[in-house]
Design a protein around this ligand. Sequence first.
Ligand code: KIV
Ligand code: ZN
Length: 439
Amino acid sequence: HTKYTAFPPVQITDRQWPGRTIDKPPVWMSTDLRDGNQALFEPMNVDKKMRMFKMLCDIGFKQIEVAFPSASETEFGFVRSLIEDGHIPDDVTIEVLTQAREHLIRRTFESLKGARKAIVHVYNATCPTFRETVFNMSKAEVVAMATDAVRLIRSLADEMPETEITLEYSPELFTATELDFAKEVCDAVTEVWGATPQRKVILNLPTTVEIATPNIYADQIEWMHRNLARRDSVIISLHPHNDRGTAVAAAELGLMAGADRVEGCLFGNGERTGNVDLVTLALNMYTQGVHPGLDFSDINAVARTFEHCSQLPIHPRHPYVGDLVFTAFSGSHQDAIKKGFSAQKADEQWAVPYLPIDPADVGRSYDSVIRVNSQSGKGGIAYLMETEYGVVMPRRLQVEFSGVVQRYTDQHGGEVSADDIWNIFNQTYLEGGSTVRYR
Ligand code: KIV
Ligand code: ZN
């Protein structure tokens, strides 16, 4: 990104207290190759995983969860080829997931041999439904399961001094877990790992299944932020899922509530309704004047690779990337956009109405911004005539000609292209219906 444009952040002037905002990007972690991959009809093969991994590195992710190595030979093999074939850039840390079980943890460490650094992500279920219905475990047994796993990870990490291991721990269904119990488990893990401000533990607090409004998640995060025994030795990580459609809001509020890090997937891929969409989250920050530190300057290329690897289409109205999101259909919008483009100075803050971001900042063009249908007014038509055919119409002609186009769309229905408009103009005003184009 070289160019930086954004609407000015909204100023709250009528309140006694300042509204909270996000003033710096979080540590980003892409779990496209793990949480995203496990939710596909056809999980990615090694070639597709490699292609996705390279793209995630190019976008600027420094932490990438690449696999659940103890789950399958494909997953294990992918971690091995990343390490053995030297695909991991120096500034990127791979992350691997494991359940808190001894043989799975040992297998996970085998997959990491020869890596320079790695995050080992261990999880167990802590919430009452899982304790009581699924595993029949007491709270003490749940704490012991987590701390035994961390003790083992610590000793395996000591046996592998050539690999710098960071611990990540997730209490599963954090949002459904009693807060004081979540704190108890997290504090115990922090203690057993021997976390210090120089060697922090990542405590990842997932919604797993989104069950409440996003402010509730933020309140839970804030409570942990204020009450963890060793906050200075902990990185608080968010892992929102999108069951209620509010994962982006949950992540934004969670960051304002004190979190340091966010895990999610491109375009909201992931289990069920998906993980939080990292593209929307990052570009939302961009529009508020905070550079996310991720490069989406060619979002179409990212979308194409994503669709190829995941076999999932991106919705045409998906924020920032959908085919229709920089398209105005209504006349008043077109008119305002046209005036905005004329007034916009290249080096000034972006201020074109109805477009929250300069499409060029994500590699999109203005070509499809103006389309004309029966709802369009004179502004859009005049804009197309000027930009496509170099014909600057006086205002009275704009009014008259928009009536002609309106009658045409009323008769023929649907949308008219720039070429249709040009032909109508020719037939109406130029002798003999000339098809010569004036530029
Ligand atoms: O959603 C979840 O809880 C997870 C854990 C493994 C972190 O993906
Ligand atoms: Zn998840």
